[in-house]
Design a protein around this ligand. Sequence first.
Ligand code: NAI
Ligand code: MG
Length: 365
Amino acid sequence: PNPSLLILPGDGIGPEVMAEVRKIIDWFGANQGLKFDVSEDLVGGAAYDVHGVPLADETMAKAQEVDAVLLGAVGGPKYDNLDFSLKPERGLLRLRKEMDLFSNLRPAQCFDALADFSSLKKDVVAGLDIMIVRELTSGVYFGEPRGIFEEGNERVGINTQRYTESEIERAARSAFELAMRRNKKLCSMEKANVMESGVLWREVVTRVGKEYPEVELSHMYADNGAMQLVRAPKQFDVIVTDNLFGDILSDCAAMLTGSLGMLPSASLGAPMANGRPKALYEPVHGSAPDIAGQGKANPIACILSFAMALRYSFDQGAEADRLEAAVEKVLADGVRTADLLGEEGVTPVSTTQMGDAVVAALDAS
Ligand code: NAI
Ligand code: MG
């Protein structure tokens, strides 16, 4: 049987960028014999409009069965006043939680043609290709006790940073596996100098590392890590860190490379019966209501998310490389959506034109 893919376009620019990914998927089917059983369903506000909930049970069940889920974006002003449990974002959170996607992969890759775009000097970022692995299901965002409590005559806000050994271990393992597929270099970031969870984190990562003697493992305090990411990001290959530090460090790394419209991500869970990890692929950006419906959205983040699916769910590393090279060529040719406009006198292309340009580059590959 063909590998299965569930597509959830979502809201705002989600359906616009996903339409371009559909062209790419069709291209691989027609030209490389790489056929997928694709189904499409609703998530976020789009699901709320039809089902009254941001993710229907049937959609959740489908997501658990397929080999990979590809999501556009959720949210929009229309839904801002909904009850917390009905907000579009809850649809995405439900997917992450019930699929138990504990390992969030955020690449920061700088395409040469966009090196001028970075917040940093060109030579600091040109050729940059690093990957941040963020633990996604535990840590301070979930730890108990949490809440705002009365204490004496004032209130106190409490969150708890909490990691079990097995939670650290599975995140570490996914980072080591990734390092093995890349350049066998892994840097673990925590604050073992001031946090107990950081002490345990370092100990467990070191222990898991014994199983991967080929991987060069280093440890860094996360605050120094933030400095090093901005000072000399090319010293890193794979970085593994907890949920909170990962949130901040991956956003920081993202800005090394330019626009939000360029950034893909993958969230992986435990292996399924067929050996593939549970997986959700999505661009980092949101539904961009300010440009939705105008044909301005950059589809590359979503296209590169599909490239990650090819690599991490479908064992098609060479085809993922082919797709990334096609994106690189289009950028080198000067094709730009409005978010990528730096140079004077360049006319932006539409979402559709950008998708077509990538398909044309695939044709030429
Ligand atoms: P956003 O990522 O939607 O937009 C931020 C800025 O970046 C906007 O100016 C937007 O036009 C621009 N932008 C984003 N993606 C782009 C693309 N592909 N091409 C060109 N420009 C792009 O974040 P914002 O504005 O904070 O949130 C808007 C809505 O999206 C909210 O409802 C929010 O909750 C939701 N959201 C959803 C996420 C998801 O589905 N994973 C993630 C972040 C926000
Ligand atoms: Mg963030």
